[in-house]
Ligand binder design. Structure first.
Ligand SMILES: Nc1nc2c(c(=O)[nH]1)N[C@H]1C(S)=C(S)[C@@H](COP(=O)(O)OP(=O)(O)OC[C@H]3O[C@@H](n4cnc5c(=O)[nH]c(N)nc54)[C@H](O)[C@@H]3O)O[C@H]1N2
Ligand SMILES: Nc1nc2c(c(=O)[nH]1)N[C@H]1C(S)=C(S)[C@@H](COP(=O)(O)OP(=O)(O)OC[C@H]3O[C@@H](n4cnc5c(=O)[nH]c(N)nc54)[C@H](O)[C@@H]3O)O[C@H]1N2
Ligand SMILES: [Mo]
Length: 775
């Protein structure tokens, strides 16, 4: 008999069709008018050949414990061990490193999205376990908008304009005349949101805005960043040069007397410093449209026209998060705020600025200001974090000093790495450098569901259940639904829930009671819901009791009566509601930032050419700019093993978009296998020749599972198209220390070599039981 049950993933709510304990179909949640096609990849992921079937230990690690075999990580077969022995081994390694080297020798930051379930959230649980065992080195900020997270408090006093809530779409639909989108608003990004959404509204809102007559302007190297129905004007821009265009628009506003002096006077500080820089009074270079045209490839007349337009009508200025994932990524965000301040509409309906309208499902969707159900990780007794994207630096440079947001700290000597719910071999830049860094610690432990590259590069691998094999609860702060995530199918193979894995390790090191607080997963799910329900009640919202919620499968929060407008309170009464900056105002010059003395992030928005871009003097050797953006067919590396992503491969590899001009010059045809390379690494990809990317730009979405020709060998050709073998691993600046993946140059050639088969979705080679090795 078939049954249907509602559940949730980061890519949305869905109903699973279950027959004989097997998921046989998927249909969208009835309330979701625009479900993501990604839900259809779920069954193929659950039953994928890439599932980890049993606890596994790297052979050299078992055979030669205590000796340094770390360099063979990734290149040796795994040995299957019984669960109890695997857990004993994990507990004894964690205890050994803690006792010998202290908790600062354990890296447990474990960045990654994990599952939508908020209780059995692998990363949160790992931290909960390690925090309860004396602490670990944690990771601070994120890959998504980590640079903005550091910059914005200096400029705006908080991070709300990047994290949300931002001015809601109904306010835009009603009031905005022109929406200027740096980075556009690609529909691919609308599929997902952290914690999962009950609905996908982003396309509907944009369609309504278009119908209401909002004029959209998309500034991006990639045409498809503006969906066709928007009828947006596409202005191709040289990657990494947006700051120059924004500064030139500021120049137009000054020279044509269009800057809103009253707004600047009342709500900002430091405008004069910024204005002098823009006009060239400070450095002798006037940031004119002609100046910017040479840097951006956008004609000066276009820059002038757009500057006049945004200052002459109600305008919303937006930038995707991608703009700050680049060298000096602080600058485009700070400059956009300066520009919006000169336009003077911050805090007005449909006016001002916001980051991420085009970045993720739910940005700008109306939602009451209520918390979501969570599981607490607790406090890290060590109190030490590295900026998230400095992970290779940490492992490679123990004892070295690094600067971050005005402080100097020292990288500790990490001996043990534990990762659960994240995939650094997907998310981190310069995979070959990561490989080198990864060979430094004595022990690497990974909980994973599938044989990702991170699992393949571990010493001990514990197979976790997929989110569809256990009970949980999910919700996103950008969505109006809280969803029950009932177990849909039994655990596959020998997989266990992360919660039980960590409970059992905690039992072995004597912290079981503190870890579980006496609750089962189901107990925590109910507790998380009831805590959230109590907080909602304090704000006057009446949510269903737990049993009724679980039975119905979801609760829906109401749409707030009033449109939320970002910084409306500040605009209405700046003395009563000052910003949390030192001046209480928007800081177009920050004495704090200037005081840090960083030449890579001075005290006001500044054009600082990226170290790698098409304007660089050495761009001739690698003349194409690589855009490694978010994938349409999966969530990061998640679901790459699923049906939709696999079907979208070209010649069995990740598609690489290349302009016909660049393809022709290299004799590359549609569907050819190409080799994409620079000094850091090389990968194969499948060419898609298309005018959707501007000349000299190539696009490879992130998330193709790293699949080296020779596993374990640094510099080996990646057969599959993991863009991060090519990207730069350097902080945006000493201020933000964010990832700068988008500042990458490459060359491409037609591949005439052996087009080796992609094997990463199969079980690793040479695995088996070796009873003589198991202790
Ligand atoms: N070049 C380049 N690199 C980038 C970006 C870019 O734009 N360009 N974007 C960056 C951004 S914004 C982000 S957010 C990161 C994303 O980086 P990650 O969040 O690390 O990527 P995911 O693929 O989502 O990794 C989640 C992992 O958790 C595993 N997992 C899922 N559920 C469970 C579970 O229940 N238990 C356990 N134990 N594991 C589970 C999945 O199998 C997967 O391997 O990538 C960053 N990297
Ligand atoms: N389907 C799907 N959706 C996702 C994700 C996913 O993995 N899959 N990941 C989610 C996550 S974790 C995050 S953080 C968000 C990220 O959201 P974003 O950072 O906004 O997403 P990206 O796709 O990296 O970049 C958006 C667009 O910016 C453009 N761009 C790149 N460089 C430049 C530049 O220098 N100038 C200009 N003007 N444009 C540029 C690219 O063409 C790209 O398509 O996406 C979320 N949405
Ligand atoms: Mo992200």
């Amino acid at each position: 008999m078939k049954t249907h049950r509602l559940s949730l993933a980061h890519w949305g709510a869905f109903e699973a069709e279950i027959e004989d304990d097997r998921m046989v179909g998927i249909r969208p949640f009835a309330k979701d008018a625009r479900p993501s096609p990604l839900i259809r990849s779920i069954p193929s992921a659950i039953y994928s050949d890439a599932r980890i079937r049993a606890p596994m230990v790297r052979e050299g690690f078992l055979r030669r414990r205590g000796e340094d075999t770390a360099r063979r990580r990734g290149g040796e077969p795994f040995v299957e061990v019984p669960w109890d022995e695997a857990l004993d081994l994990v507990a004894s390694e964690v205890a050994r490193v803690k006792e010998t080297h202290g908790n600062q020798a354990i890296l447990g930051g474990s960045y990654g999205w994990s599952s939508a379930g908020r209780v059995n959230h692998a990363r949160g649980l790992l931290k909960r376990f390690l925090f309860g065992y004396g602490g670990c080195i944690d990771q601070f900020t994120n890959y998504s908008w980590g640079t903005a997270m550091v910059l914005l408090p200096h400029v705006m006093g908080d991070i709300q304009s990047v994290s949300g809530p931002v001015t809601v779409w109904p306010s835009i639909i009603e009031n905005t005349r022109v929406m200027l989108m740096f980075g556009g608003a690609s529909l691919k990004n609308s599929h997902v949101t952290t914690g999962g959404g009950g609905t996908h509204e982003y396309k509907s809102w944009m369609m309504r805005a278009q119908e209401a007559g909002v004029e959209f302007i998309c500034i991006s190297p990639v045409r498809t960043d503006a969906p066709e129905f928007l009828k947006a004007r596409w202005i191709p821009i040289r990657p990494g040069s947006d700051t120059a265009m924004m500064l030139a628009m500021a120049h137009v506003l000054v020279s044509e007397g269009r800057a809103d002096r009253d707004f600047l006077e009342r709500y900002t500080t430091g405008y004069d410093v910024f204005r002098r820089y823009v006009m060239g009074e400070a450095d002798g270079v006037a940031k004119t449209p002609e100046w910017a045209a040479g840097l951006t490839d956008v004609p000066a007349e276009t820059i002038r026209e757009i500057a006049r337009k945004i200052s002459g009508e109600r305008s919303m200025l937006s930038a995707t998060w991608s703009l700050q994932r680049a060298d000096h990524g602080e600058q485009p965000f700070w400059t956009l705020i300066a520009l919006a301040s000169m336009v003077g509409q911050i805090g007005l309906p449909g006016g001002g600025y916001g980051f991420g309208y085009g970045s993720i499902n739910g940005m700008g969707s109306p939602r009451p200001a209520l918390p979501t159900p969570t599981m607490e990780s607790g406090r890290n007794p060590l109190g030490f974090s590295i900026p998230v994207a400095r992970v290779s630096d940490l492992l490679l440079n123990p004892g070295a000093e690094f600067e971050f947001n005005g402080k100097t700290a020292t990288y500790p000597d990490v001996r043990l790495v534990y990762w659960a719910g994240g995939n650094p071999f997907h998310h981190h830049q310069d995979t070959n450098r990561l490989l080198k860094a990864w060979s430094r610690p004595e022990t690497v432990i990974v909980n994973e569901v599938w044989w990702t590259a991170t699992a393949r590069h571990a010493d001990i691998v514990l197979p976790a259940t997929s989110p569809f094999e256990r009970n949980d609860i999910g919700s996103s702060p950008r969505d109006r639904y809280i969803l029950a995530m009932p177990q849909l199918v039994p655990p596959q193979h020998t997989a266990r829930n992360d919660y039980e894995i960590f409970s059992d390790i905690a039992a072995r090191v004597g912290t079981y009671d503190a870890f579980t607080e006496g609750r089962s997963i189901e107990g925590w799910v109910q507790h998380a819901y009831e805590t959230c329900r109590a907080k909602a009640a304090e704000k006057g919202y009446d949510l269903l009791p737990f049993d009724a919620f679980w039975e119905q499968g979801y609760v829906e929060l109401p749409v707030p009566e009033r449109d939320f407008i970002l910084y409306e309170d500040f605009r209405t009464a700046p003395e009563k509601n000052p910003l949390k900056t030192p001046s209480g105002k928007i800081e177009l010059f920050s004495a704090t930032v200037a005081g840090f003395g960083y030449e890579d992030c001075p005290g006001h928005p500044t054009w600082l050419p990226p170290r790698e871009w098409l304007g660089a003097p050495d761009a001739r050797a690698f003349p194409l700019h690589l855009i490694s953006n978010q994938p349409a067919t999966r969530l990061h590396s998640q679901l790459d093993q699923g049906a939709i992503s696999r079907q979208a491969k070209v010649a069995g590899r990740e598609p690489a978009w290349i302009n016909p001009v660049d393809a022709k010059a290299r004799g590359i045809g549609n569907g050819d296998v190409v080799r994409v390379f620079n000094t850091r690494g090389a990968c194969l990809a499948g060419a898609v020749v298309t005018e959707n990317v501007m000349p000299s730009v190539i696009q490879i979405a992130t998330g193709a599972w790293f699949d080296p020709l020779t596993p374990g060998e640094i510099g080996s050709l990646d057969k599959h198209g993991n863009a991060n073998v090519l990207t730069r691993d350097a902080g945006t600046s000493r201020l933000g220390q964010g990832p700068s993946a988008l500042s990458t140059l490459v060359e491409v050639e037609k591949w005439h070599g052996d087009a080796a088969r992609v094997t990463v979705f199969e079980q690793p080679d040479g695995m088996g039981r070796k009873p003589e090795l198991v202790p």
